[in-house]
Each structure stands twice: as structure tokens, then as C-alpha cells.
Design a protein around this ligand. Structure first.
Ligand code: CTP
Ligand code: CA
Length: 220
């Protein structure tokens, strides 16, 4: 384990990190979301700032304190996140998508609270596909820009993650088992075009250090 936390090896770099879940609203008070805690993304943002980078964090709703020295912008839905990313992503040397972005949203948002009334014996929710934010950034990736994605998998971790890296034009993908979604710790596999490195169970702050060591190598 290296994690050169004391070194300012990312000085002069602009880094965009996304973190946490999204909320996809059905009506003003009801939403679909997921179990993401945001801990991995926040650890990445904090580590990047400590290592000298200028960091912007786009965060879904989480129970965490914004990292010191990091510009933190809160979003709720995947569409809001997509808007913020569109405003930001071009200006950044490194973009890390750790957010657990919802793949679908309710197709018909109801402006008034949905009443159970008598009409609903069973309630069918029609969902439509959200655009893939990371794939969009990958399509317009600038020269020398580094793109990092995460892959949340419950089976066939390595193959699925590699496919996502390819499809989204990424430089690195961090494959994690969904078992670690809410925990302070996780075991992940860091994949680049050159290697797949298994990281045993450890704290997300430590994993963040190792991820930035890998990114630092990619920048050389
Ligand atoms: N992602 C994104 N926009 C989406 C969905 C996902 O930018 N609408 C990003 C995530 O932030 C993550 C990567 O894409 O960095 C992979 O997300 P994941 O959910 O593991 O994969 P998907 O491509 O959505 O495929 P699936 O959920 O079907 O496995
Ligand atoms: Ca997904």
C-alpha cells in the first residue's frame, strides 16, 4: 500500500468527482433511489484536495460533511447531475464518476401529490431510460483527459467492468461488489488497459489513495 497522502503530486490539476446516489422523483415528495452512501466519492475528493488538486464535487443526497477545501455542489436527480457535468466536465484534467446514477426515472412526473384514491388497486410505474453521463463524457473526451468510472456488479465482476471501460472510453475503472455499497470499507479491483489489480478489503480512504497512485502513473 502506497497512498502518498503527504505529497502534492496533483498540484495544478483540476479534478471533477461525482458521488452518492440520485433521486428520481415520481411526485414532489416521492422518489426512487439506491443504497449508495457517497463515502467512496467523498474519500476521493478529499484525497485529491490533500494531494494538491483543485477539486469540484458533484454530490447526491448523502449524510456526509463536504470535504475541506473542495467546491461541493449538490444535485438530486440524474438529469440535474447530467446538467452540472455538462457545465463542468470540459475544464477538468481528470473526471471520476463515483456516483451511483439511476439508470431509469419515472416517465410521468406528477406535479401534484399522487393520491391513492380509488383508481389504484395496483399502481404501475412507467420508467424511462436516463442518459449515460459517463458514456457522454467518454464520447467527447479531450486529449490527455483522464476518465475514471466505477462498476457496481453482483456477478462476473471483471468481464462486466472491462466491457464498461471499453464502451465508455475510460482510462480506469474501479470494479466493486455491491456488497460494499454502504460500508466504510470495500474490496475492489482497479482496472486499466495494462493491469487489473485486486485491492483487498480496506477503508475507502485508503482505496482512494491507491486509485490516485494509479491515476498518477497514467498521467506520466
Ligand atoms: N453512469 C453514468 N450515467 C448513468 C449510469 C451510470 O455516468 N446514467 C456511470 C456511473 O457513475 C459509473 C459507470 O457509469 O461510473 C458504471 O455504472 P454502472 O451502474 O456500474 O453501469 P451501467 O453502465 O449503468 O450498466 P448496468 O447498471 O446495467 O450494469
Ligand atoms: Ca447502472
Amino acid at each position: 500500500i502506497t497512498g502518498r497522502l503527504s505529497e502534492k503530486d496533483f498540484a495544478g490539476k483540476k479534478i471533477l468527482v461525482t458521488a452518492g446516489p440520485t433521486r428520481e422523483y415520481l411526485d414532489p415528495i416521492r422518489f426512487l433511489s439506491n443504497k449508495s452512501s457517497g463515502k467512496m466519492g467523498y474519500a476521493l475528493a478529499r484525497t485529491a484536495a490533500r494531494r494538491g488538486a483543485e477539486v469540484t464535487l458533484l454530490s447526491g443526497p448523502v449524510n456526509l460533511t463536504p470535504p475541506y477545501g473542495v467546491e461541493t455542489i449538490f444535485i438530486e436527480s440524474a438529469s440535474q447531475l447530467a446538467e452540472e457535468v455538462k457545465l463542468h466536465s470540459q475544464n477538468y484534467d481528470i473526471v471520476i464518476m463515483a456516483a451511483a446514477v439511476a439508470d431509469f426515472r419515472p416517465a410521468d412526473y406528477q406535479k401534484e401529490k399522487i393520491k391513492k384514491g380509488k383508481q389504484f388497486d395496483n399502481f404501475k410505474l412507467n420508467m424511462m431510460r436516463n442518459s449515460d453521463i459517463l458514456e457522454g463524457i467518454g464520447r467527447h473526451k479531450k486529449k490527455r483527459q483522464i476518465l475514471v468510472g466505477f462498476a457496481a456488479e453482483s456477478e462476473d465482476l471483471l468481464n462486466n467492468a472491462r466491457d464498461k471501460m471499453e464502451k465508455k472510453n475510460l482510462d480506469m475503472i474501479v470494479a466493486n461488489d455491491i456488497a460494499g455499497f454502504t460500508s466504510d470499507q470495500n474490496s475492489v479491483t482497479i482496472i486499466t488497459k495494462k493491469y487489473a489489480k485486486d485491492i483487498p478489503l480496506m477503508k475507502k480512504t485508503e482505496i482512494a489513495g491507491i486509485i490516485f497512485d494509479g491515476i498518477s502513473e497514467l498521467l506520466k
